[in-house]
Design a protein around this ligand. Structure first.
Ligand SMILES: *Cc1c(COP(=O)(O)O)cnc(C)c1O
Length: 363
């Protein structure tokens, strides 16, 4: 029988020889004694990276290529494009990606058209002509959900790539390769690592030629993951299913309570029936995840005050870790499309009643 994902997170990527440690040890090597199958780690990898790649690959039934960060993995996908390529990308997405695409437009590396995440017809039309369709779903921080199944089954430009930033859902929340996407990328800095103590990224694909191209990019651009980071990320992956399930259960409960709170306006969480794409979320997502965005009544100043009052939740950026964090995303330069009073809450694994008491007093 095929193992369940929770089991694979624990069993994959372990040494098998008798007498070996149960976990792949930290191997901080640049070079190896000649005559074996590794010479230099930037070219040939290390056992520590490969253990991490084996776990992620097992979770997605795919080849996984690890990078130094999520942005390095994303840049590796964009680097596959020919000069003057056409890309379609989402209005709501990670701000680093938006900045990278703007830089590429300025350097005339590509031309982009920016689409609303939930406008499936526009994505299907763009897929017919774009060299790269870059989707983020659920998107960060507005938690909009794209109809990946419809977009991936539409007629696409020959030789084009359909890629997704799946950081927000993670492989236990959404399996984009199953939904027909060519490359799924995530920042392992978030759910996979899960403890706010590392930077790492990973791309997965079931197309061997794309995996080879991504590895070649990593080797020649030097976007290699760190030994310690991949060691920690593998350790994080072992408990990822437990952390993700606990955090998602709390997030759903908190989203319901926030929706009923008098100091809170619109709440965005894919699990709420009030969301316009809830029906797509229920088809595509196996978990609604641990991130909630909500508007604070009274505007940006009130939202900032709420952030300054939290005590259990930490006022900090990022998401997907054991500790809950909250942040006003419009305070970040370049995020002009966001409501100024929107807070993004990443729910961790603390007791949900402690989180609610803290949020209630902060609001
Ligand atoms: C954090 C994040 C990234 C970038 O990942 P890094 O590991 O910080 O480079 C990309 N996309 C999304 C959705 C993210 O949340």
């Amino acid at each position: 029988m095929q193992q369940h994902l929770e089991t694979r997170a624990v069993t994959a990527g372990r040494p098998t020889v008798a007498g070996a440690p149960l976990n792949e040890p930290l191997c901080p090597a640049s070079n190896f004694v000649l005559g074996g199958d590794r010479e230099y780690s930037r070219d040939d990898g290390t056992p520590t990276w490969e253990a991490f790649e084996a776990v992620v690959g097992s979770l997605e039934d795919a080849e996984a290529v690890a990078f130094s960060s999520g942005m390095a993995a994303i840049a590796a996908v964009f680097d596959q494009l020919p000069a003057g390529a056409r890309i379609a990308w989402p209005e709501d997405c990670y701000q680093g990606v938006a900045a990278m695409i703007a830089d590429g437009e300025r350097l005339r590396r590509w031309t982009g058209s920016r689409l609303a995440v939930e406008d499936t017809d526009a994505w299907c039309e763009a897929a017919g002509i774009a060299d790269l369709v870059w989707i983020e779903s659920p998107s960060n921080p507005l938690l909009e959900v794209a109809d990946l199944r419809r977009i991936s089954s539409t007629r696409r430009a020959p030789g084009s790539i359909l890629a997704i930033d799946n950081t927000l859902a993670g492989p236990l929340g959404q399996q984009p390769l199953e939904l027909g996407v060519d490359i799924s990328v995530q920042s392992a800095t978030k759910h996979l690592g899960g403890h706010s103590d590392l930077l790492c990224g990973v791309a997965t694909t079931r197309r061997p030629e794309l995996a080879d191209q991504l590895r070649r990019h990593r080797e020649l651009r030097g976007a290699t993951p760190g030994a310690f980071e991949t060691f920690l990320a593998t350790r994080g992956l072992r408990t990822y299913p437990l952390r993700a399930a606990a955090a998602a259960a709390s997030a759903h409960e908190l989203a319901n309570r926030l929706e009923a709170h008098e100091r809170v306006g619109r709440v965005r969480y894919p699990g709420l029936a009030s969301q316009s794409t809830h029906h797509i979320a229920t088809q595509h997502l196996t978990s609604f995840g641990s991130v909630i965005s909500f508007d604070v009544v009274g505007g940006a100043a009130e939202a900032d005050q709420a952030c300054s009052r939290v005590q259990v939740v930490r006022h900090a950026t990022s998401f997907g870790a054991v500790e809950s964090t909250i942040e006003r995303r419009a305070a970040i330069p370049g995020q002009y499309h966001l409501p100024p009073e929107l807070l993004r809450l990443s729910v961790g694994v603390e007791n949900v009643e402690d989180l609610w008491a803290d949020l209630s007093q902060a609001l």
